[in-house]
Design a binder for this molecule. Sequence first.
Ligand code: ADP
Length: 502
Amino acid sequence: MCGRSGALDTTLHKLYLRLRQISFLRSLKGRIFLILLIVGLIPCFIMRYAILQNYEQRAVNVRTSDISTQVRILANHLINYHYLQDTSSEVINAELEQLSNLYDGRVLVIDANLRIVKDTYGISEGKTIISEEVIRCLRGQITSRYDRENGYIEMTIPITETLEADLPVGAGERIELVRGIMLVSASNDNIIATMDILNHQAVLLMSIVGVLIFVVTIFVSKFLFAPFKKMIAALDQVQEGYTSDPISVTDCLETEHIGDAFNRVLGRMKMLDDSRQEFVSNVSHELRTPITSMKVLADSLITQKDVPLAVYQEFMADIAAEIEREDKIINDLLSLVKMDRTSADLNISEVDINALVELIMRRLRPIAQRRDVQLVYESLRPVTASVDEVKLTLALSNLVENAIKYNKEHGFVKVTLDADHQFFTVKVEDSGVGIPADALEHIYERFYRVDKSRSREIGGTGLGLAITKSAVLMHRGSIKVESIEGEGTDFAVKIPLKYIAV
Ligand code: ADP
């Protein structure tokens, strides 16, 4: 059972695939034609069937009652002429012949002993006939049967004689006695011929409907698809580069929506392309700057004669600093590329956040001491969270390092760790130079620096906060900044304790 339904499924699937391959059905034009054809022809089929059935039924009924009337009249004549006893009456024979011709059939006259006394075909006279219909008819029942396959109606009608009862009880009452049977087989050829004509007319009508639907489909699809054709032409123009204007086909709502959606995608692609180009030019510029400095330093050593050793050492120290800077930019770029990948690249594990922050503070303490900045860490509760340890360390290190770098002499940096039942928060507050209000929205952009020369002087690449933000977003967290120029800056990072992969 299961095997058979499986085979049916496979066959249906193959049929579906086959239909899909037919390019006619893949076009909307083809589908509209098919739908209209089905919608138009199904009522035609139903009407044809109903009309033919109805006609046949009515025609058979009319013919049956017609035969019945004619035969009954003739049956009376048979009794009057005592035909069952003597079949020589020419009048009756002529009438029987006429009846037989009228219905293009055969008439049998059978007596009460089931003997055929007259056959208009003249082949069965004298024979005995026994059939269910004949027996029933002998009991006074009229029977009729329509043989559709062979196209005739067969009727048996009793030949009755009416007598007056001469018994003492019920005297004067009329009784009917069955004296014989008339069996008529009438041809239905004329009904079948009429049905054939009707059928032909129905087929003709359906063909006309089919042609009409075809013509209507051509006109309708031309009318319906005109906006889509315009749309395709407009898209081709954009693709071939003739225009970068937004697409607008307002002939119908659908094309208007498609156009709007396409313009949005196009806008986004343009934006991405612009930002990619800007990023590439920024990268090359940033990478070239240390190289240019090194070349200037090296050239000046080469062109000068008898350079004192102290100058050599000083220039070589500068070159080493530039190499270190180049190295930092490349490292930051690599970190950023890693952050740009999908969150599937996160290496999540249960991490003691207190220990992680403490480690960051320990690593950065020497830099803070060098700049005379006080580093304070306050942990409000023990926190463990599922995070990518390396990426989170990088993100928080950048924040604390910035807070140290952009600080004042004798300033402070305070790091606070807190948590609720869902998130942990790391706040990095500093007493530094602050960020101007109009720069706040740009600080997470790659290579953005509020004060380029100062940032470069203190070894900034302009990539730190971009890396931090990417890492925080990968953890499905958020980052906020508040700053007052000249007074200090507060960064707050909020990250879920449990990482939920989407
Ligand atoms: P950079 O490597 O130059 O520090 P970032 O992306 O880390 O780059 O920071 C971008 C810019 O934001 C910095 O150049 C600096 O001007 C500003 N900035 C970041 N953190 C602070 C801070 N704590 N205080 C003042 N300015 C800051």
